[in-house]
Design a protein around this ligand. Structure first.
Ligand code: GRF
Length: 213
């Protein structure tokens, strides 16, 4: 059984999709061992508690230095026996010590088709504002492994979503969540939990396809 930690900062709809997928059997071989937020008021923590999951707040604000926060987060993950870290709307830069310790065992969901509209400054609605400003006709979501860069790690899965002429950043964000993010992130966890992901020369591949309907 793969022990998953889901790291969140906000509403937690992606967390909810993971919880629902485990409960319905669309994800097998994985359990959520901890939900961790940097924000004690994150609704994602409430969602976790409603499903009797371990939900904790580990915030940089509660430590004197950033290093102490980094160490505390790492210690928690190691002590909880975490195998896979899932960043689901986590707005804290993952410290280097965690990236090194959990090499190729951290995934993130980004609401665009990487390498478009990603990297520093592209988060939340800003991603969709930029996509609309550029006039793209297709956007989507990407699940990728996390390395030391911002949105630069190996791409695991992607799903395209149509951009409509009268979209606002909010309507596009919602459609990408519904049609791509909530499908893709559970599918990626299921693929990892069932040994269907390979990683060679920085290229990730999913056996039976990285294309999700
Ligand atoms: C999603 O758009 C995700 O792609 C991005 O942050 C948002 C999180 O939403 N990284 P939620 O907290 O899962 O509802």
């Amino acid at each position: 059984m793969l022990n998953v930690a889901v790291l969140v900062s906000g509403g937690g709809t992606n967390l909810q999709a993971i919880i629902d997928s485990i409960e319905s059997g669309r994800i097998t071989g994985a359990r959520i061992a901890a939900v961790i937020s940097n924000n004690k008021n994150a609704y994602a923590l409430t969602r976790a508690r409603k499903h009797n999951l371990t939900a904790v707040c580990i915030s940089p604000k509660d430590y004197e230095t950033r290093e102490q926060f980094n160490e505390a987060l790492l210690e928690y993950l190691v002590n909880a026996g975490i195998d896979l870290i899932v960043l689901a709307g986590y707005l804290v830069v993952v410290p280097k010590i965690i990236i090194e310790r959990f090499k190729n065992r951290i995934i993130n969901i980004h609401p665009s088709l990487i390498p478009s509209f990603c990297g520093t400054g592209y988060y939340g609605l800003k991603v969709h504002e930029a996509a609309l400003k550029r006039g793209v006709k297709v956007s989507g979501a990407t699940v990728h492994f996390v390395d030391e860069g911002t949105d630069t790690g190996p791409i695991l899965m992607q799903k395209a979503v149509e951009v409509l002429p009268d979209d606002t950043p909010e309507t596009l964000q919602r459609r990408i969540m519904e049609q791509a993010e909530w499908v893709l992130l559970p599918a990626a966890i299921d693929a990892i939990a069932n040994g269907r992901v390979t990683l060679k020369d920085n290229i990730a591949a999913v056996i039976n396809g990285g294309h999700v309907e």
